[in-house]
Each structure stands twice: as C-alpha cells, then as structure tokens.
Ligand binder design. Structure first.
Ligand code: C2E
Ligand code: CA
Ligand code: CA
Ligand code: CA
Length: 278
C-alpha cells in the first residue's frame, strides 16, 4: 500500500561489525525508552522581529540513554527511521508538545504555533492523520496551531501516499513547513508537489552569509515565499550580522542561538517571561 522508497547505496550502520552492534543496541534501547516514555523534548523560540512577539516554537526530541548517554537527534532519528520506529517517535514528540501546550494555556501562556518535525517515513503509518487529529483534540490544540515540518533527504523520497496525507492535513488547517529549504532534496521542484504554508531557509545558508551564493539563495527563497504567499522562517541565526542581512532581504521570522537555544519547558517559561518585558 505504501510505496515510500528508501534509496541508499549501502547501510551506513552496517559498515563495520562494531557499528553494527552499536546500531542493534541503539534500536533496542530506543524502542524500550520510547515505550517507557523516557525521551524528552526541548522548545526553541521562533521570533517575529517585526511585531516584536513570539511567532512559535520548534519542538525537538532529546534522548538520554542509560547505556549510551546523550545521543544526538541526528543519530537517533536515523536509527528510528531505519528500524521502523520513526512514526512512534514523531507522534510521541507531538503528544508531549500538545500536553505541554495545554499546561501552558492553563497558566495563561498561549503559544501561537508549535512546530513538530515529521519524517516522510512516518506517513507510512496507516491512519497517521487520524492519530494526529486525535492527539490535537485530546489536548484541545487547534489544528491551525500545529506546524508539521517535513524534511526530505537522500535516503527518503516520498511518493503518492505521503503527498495525499500532506494534502489532507493542509486541507483541515494544519500548517505544512518545508524544512531545510534550498538544500538538495528540499528544493524548488518540491513546491509543486504538495501545498505548503511555510518555507524554512536551511541554516547552512545562514551560516555561510555573507558569501554570494548563500546571499543569492536566501534572497531567492524569500522572494519565492512572497510569490506563493507563504511565511519564510530563517533558522540557525547566531550573529547580529546575519540577522541584519536577513532583515534587509525582508525576513522577519527567526530562530537560532542568537535568540535562544532549544530549552526545557521550565527554561522556556523563564525565557518567555523575560522576552515579554523587552
Ligand atoms: P532541524 O529540524 O533542522 O532542527 C534544527 C536544528 O538546528 C536543531 O538541532 C537545533 O538545535 C539546531 N539549531 C538551532 N539553532 C541553531 C543555531 O543558531 N546554530 C546551529 N548551528 N544550530 C542550531 P537538533 O536538535 O540537534 O536536531 C537535529 C535534527 O534532528 C533536526 O534538524 C531534525 O531534522 C531532527 N529531529 C529532531 N527532533 C526530531 C523529531 O522529533 N522528529 C524527527 N523526525 N526529526 C527530529
Ligand atoms: Ca541506513
Ligand atoms: Ca525542523
Ligand atoms: Ca532545518
């Protein structure tokens, strides 16, 4: 039924015997810790510098394993994709975020948008859109408060079913963000394939400003977002200089260490309290 294609020359985890066993042990540990709800999530603010307000937060998975210590998201996300655990991971993160959203709302903190990362592979789970709706409804999170960030990569080329689920989510008001935009697999060709609400300029371009190539790509991404009438978010802002350059191009929504790293729920609350006074 699902025809997601995993295209890879060879299995990166199976190169050498030691890596093989690390992979197997990571899979076991991750499966166990997911079941046991031992992963946590962090929140990174996205700031609207024109309005001077919080635009949203990106929710990022964090995993401290008893066996492996802190494992980087890049590693455990690809382990989860490889092992068929990714839908479980993405839905777990969504649920944590919605639960926290409801707690904050009770305290009078209303988050405009929560952005959750979904691997294209997660959409191979039957009825995933129904599961997403039921999580949002359980915590009374409006569909229009959710942003689903999708990234494609060289291993995962999404096909028909992925696109139809994205269309379905978009049609009920969920925002769709094309993450890492401008890079090889998340690029202009994709824009015609499914509806999007947001483009996220990849941090590699921000990082390489003011090089001519990065400047040109950043400008092009912004002008495309204007033309198709969607929001553009610039991520990975670390310096005042990068901020100024991107503002001059027209960007107004920013995410990066200059504003804040990803924070625990408690640290995010304190950050927000200070941010409001400013
Ligand atoms: P991403 O979606 O591009 O997320 C942004 C990454 O950039 C995060 O890395 C964040 O900590 C980092 N970052 C934020 N601001 C800055 C900055 O100013 N400078 C630099 N150099 N980096 C910055 P993180 O948390 O390590 O996550 C890495 C990737 O793992 C994410 O990249 C995302 O693709 C994936 N990921 C994380 N959580 C999840 C999840 O729940 N589900 C899925 N499917 N993927 C996830
Ligand atoms: Ca692999
Ligand atoms: Ca993202
Ligand atoms: Ca990104």
């Amino acid at each position: 039924y699902y025809s997601l294609i995993i295209r890879e020359e060879k299995d990166a985890f199976l190169d050498v015997e030691t890596e093989h066993s690390r992979y197997d042990r990571l899979v076991d540990a991750l499966r166990f810790d997911l079941k046991d709800q031992r992963l946590s999530v962090h929140y990174q603010p996205q700031v609207d510098t024109l309005e001077g307000c919080l635009y949203g937060v990106e929710v990022l998975a964090r995993w401290h394993s008893d066996l492996f210590g802190w494992v980087s998201p890049d590693e455990f996300v690809s382990v989860a994709e490889e092992a068929g655990l990714i839908a479980e991971l993405d839905l777990y993160v969504l649920r944590q975020a919605c639960q926290q959203w409801a707690i904050w709302r009770k305290k009078g903190v209303l988050l405009p948008l929560i952005a959750v990362n979904f691997s294209p592979l997660s959409f191979a789970l039957p009825q995933i859109e129904q599961i997403i709706y039921s999580i949002l409804e359980e915590f009374d999170v409006p569909f229009s408060s959710l942003v689903i960030e999708v990234t494609e990569n060289k291993k995962i080329i999404p096909t028909g079913p992925f696109i139809s689920i994205i269309c379905e989510l978009y049609s009920v008001g969920v925002n769709i963000s094309l993450d890492d935009f401008g890079t090889g697999y998340s690029n202009f060709k994709r824009l015609l394939k499914f509806p999007v609400s947001q483009l996220k300029l990849d941090r590699v371009f921000v990082n390489e400003l003011p090089s001519d190539m990065s400047k040109e790509i950043s400008e092009t991404v912004f002008s495309i977002s204007r033309k198709i009438g969607v929001t553009s978010v610039a991520e990975g802002i670390e310096t005042e200089q990068q901020l100024i350059q991107l503002k001059n191009m027209g960007y107004r929504i920013f995410q990066g260490y200059l504003f804040s790293p990803p924070l625990s729920d408690m640290d995010f609350e304190s950050w927000l309290a200070d941010f409001r006074v400013n």
